[in-house]
Design a protein around this ligand. Structure first.
Ligand SMILES: [Zn+2]
Ligand SMILES: [Zn+2]
Ligand SMILES: [Zn+2]
Ligand SMILES: [Zn+2]
Length: 441
């Protein structure tokens, strides 16, 4: 701990302890918007490989990969990445090679992450891999596991996964119970590694970054540069401020956010947004983000359930929408979504787009203009239209998402920046298209 404190002191940080929260990271210097507060290489990480998608184990690149010829499980983009991973993979490769083909198929990214965790611990304790103040197994040991909060079904699953890890490692004195506990630890502490466009690539464990607590109104944000985790300030942070990032998607009502924090991280958030739960402006915000729109098309009022539960009343003009009408549109949306997922799984992108256009029309009739569901549908349309190189149509949906982004994300949030960037890129691509058409005439 002393070593960690002194390593952090040089970066203007310290670990502090708050009784109801546990450990937390605080600043001992000022940090300004965009500035890097801390960056960390993963203790262990693994790409999200599946039957349909593979990435390099070293740099997470896709395309032009070669399988490790010995184990036939792990992919590399070239010899540089293979060499940089070799100390650890040498042991993993031995273990994986001994498995029969069927067992090898059950080696999911989560199983590999755990195998790598044990191998790295072993290599560091043997001093084959050096340890530092911010890169050692003691930091992993100090992470919370929430074993007491996990339900029976999850415990059984972790026990089965632990057995598989033990079978792969074949260490005589391995503690299965400890492996199961470590799975629980990874579930609450590991981070999803995303690319610069925030698409998920893999999972990594960053024990110092894991000290940072959650807030639904964070003052910092976690992004990735390759597999390096980088925490940047979203606002000016004076000396003595607690560094806070969001563990979940912050675009959502207080109830939605609290639910996902309880389910995955087992705590009740008491951030400045959450303590307002049930207060007038929180009720209003939730009704705007997740509620229905006014029957009158030009009214932007938000709706609340009426006292005898027959419908929803606009808080601006008093118009009532009946429950039946709401149910009817909701059912149409569900039906169209089912059709859309069928056309997606059969690979018919054009059909899927026209289904989503219908969903978007229906959601516009049902939800408030700032609705998260409506924004998500437009986001899907944007991505699918980009796949078809239909820049103009993509741009029109991108523009529609921006007011919602501005409402739910802070000024310096990377998701908002990314949306501005996408919009600019689409304007440019659209212009290029027009110029090309003109020059062809
Ligand atoms: Zn690579
Ligand atoms: Zn191998
Ligand atoms: Zn909160
Ligand atoms: Zn109204």
């Amino acid at each position: 701990m002393e070593e960690l404190q002194s390593a952090l002191r040089d970066r203007g940080l310290a670990v502090s302890y708050v009784p109801e929260k546990g450990r937390c990271l605080v600043t001992t210097n000022d940090f300004y918007p965009g500035e890097v507060i801390i960056s960390q290489e993963p203790y262990v990480c693994v790409p999200n490989n599946s039957a349909t998608e593979s990435r390099c184990d070293g740099c997470f690149a896709s395309g032009n990969l070669k399988k490790c010829s010995a184990c036939q499980v792990v992919w590399y983009c070239g010899s540089t990445c293979q060499k940089s991973e070799w100390k650890l993979h040498r042991l993993e490769c031995d273990a994986l090679s001994k498995l029969d083909k069927d067992r090898q198929k059950s080696v999911t990214p989560s199983i590999r992450l755990m195998v790598k965790l044990y191998l790295r611990r072993k290599l560091q304790s043997e001093k084959t891999i050096s340890a530092t103040a911010t890169d050692n197994y003691n930091l992993v040991e100090e992470l919370v596991s929430h074993m007491k909060d996990i339900d029976e079904k999850q415990l059984v699953l972790y026990a089965q996964m632990a057995n598989l890890v033990s079978l792969i490692l074949q260490w005589p004195d391995i503690n299965i119970k400890e492996i199961a506990e470590n799975f629980s630890k990874l579930a609450c502490n590991a981070h999803t590694i995303c690319d610069s466009e925030l698409r998920p690539l893999g999972t990594g464990l960053y024990p110092v970054v894991s000290i940072i607590n959650h807030s639904c109104l964070p003052n910092a944000v976690l992004v990735f540069e390759g597999r390096l985790a980088v925490v940047r300030a979203l606002q000016h942070m004076p000396k003595g401020a607690e560094v806070l990032i969001s563990y979940i998607e912050t675009a959502g009502s207080t109830m939605t956010r609290q639910k996902s924090l309880r389910q995955q991280y087992f705590f009740t958030c008491a951030c400045p947004r959450c303590i307002k739960m049930g207060q007038q402006d929180d009720i209003r915000e939730s009704a705007i983000l997740e509620g229905y729109r006014c029957k009158d098309n030009i009214c932007n009022g938000f709706l609340l359930r009426d006292s005898n539960d027959k419908g929803f009343v606009c808080q601006e003009c008093g118009l009532i929408r009946s429950k039946e009408e709401v149910k009817k549109i909701a059912a149409e949306i569900r039906e169209t979504s089912d059709k859309a997922s069928k056309s997606l799984s059969s690979g018919n992108l054009k059909e899927c787009i026209s289904m989503h256009k219908m969903i978007e029309k229906l959601q516009q009739k049902l939800f408030h203009p700032f609705s998260i569901s409506l924004m998500q549908t437009r986001e899907k349309l944007l991505k699918m239209l980009m796949e078809l190189n239909d820049w103009r149509a993509a741009l029109s949906y991108c523009k529609l998402t921006i007011p919602v982004y501005q409402r739910v994300y802070q000024e310096f949030h990377p998701l908002l920046g990314l949306q501005y960037y996408t919009s600019g890129k689409l304007e440019w691509l659209g212009c290029l298209g027009t110029r090309r058409m003109l020059s062809n005439h």
